[in-house]
Design a protein around this ligand. Sequence first.
Ligand code: AMP
Length: 190
Amino acid sequence: MFNFILFGPPGSGKGTQSVKIAEKYNLAHISTGDIFRSEIKNKTELGLKVQGIIEKGELVPDELLIEILDNALQKFSGNVGFIFDGFPRTAQQAEDLDRMLARKNDCVSMVLALDVNEEEIIQRLLKRAIAEGRKDDTEDIIRNRMNVYHTQTSPLIAFYQKQNKFKAVNGVGSIEDIFGNICLEVEPMI
Ligand code: AMP
């Protein structure tokens, strides 16, 4: 299986690009942010538990991620692999993902980061706040999410670099240009 992690800070375009990649290469798209937003919308027990955390821009505890990941991995069949969007976000989650894939005799194939500078990100997220009305897209919360990214998520770059699985592409430009950059990296690997 081709198990692909699209990596990058909030607002780097992971969601938009993941949908396109999943469709082109027949990968199952797993967005943990989308799963949480749907749980919140449906007011499930999990949704009620995570709502306050997400609205503050903090990370949901790792134990809850294992649970939803396990469910998500089992739901799909007939795809040639997975694209993970917004997961893993902590060292613990990266280790849990390795363990879950190992149980299926599988592993992470490639981690690709979208490179976008911080000011561009803040501008994009403020625009998204107006367009989509996401409660975690106000300026204070955005800055908190960037902070969380730098302290808890960016150390994963070194984790995957050590395994020779990490690459980065330019994430600034038109959606189609960025998609083209990603495809150039994915194609030789799939
Ligand atoms: P996203 O749409 O990926 O930016 O996720 C929105 C919010 O959901 C994040 O700011 C976190 O609060 C929560 N979330 C999504 N994925 C994760 C994850 N892998 N670990 C912890 N929290 C997450």
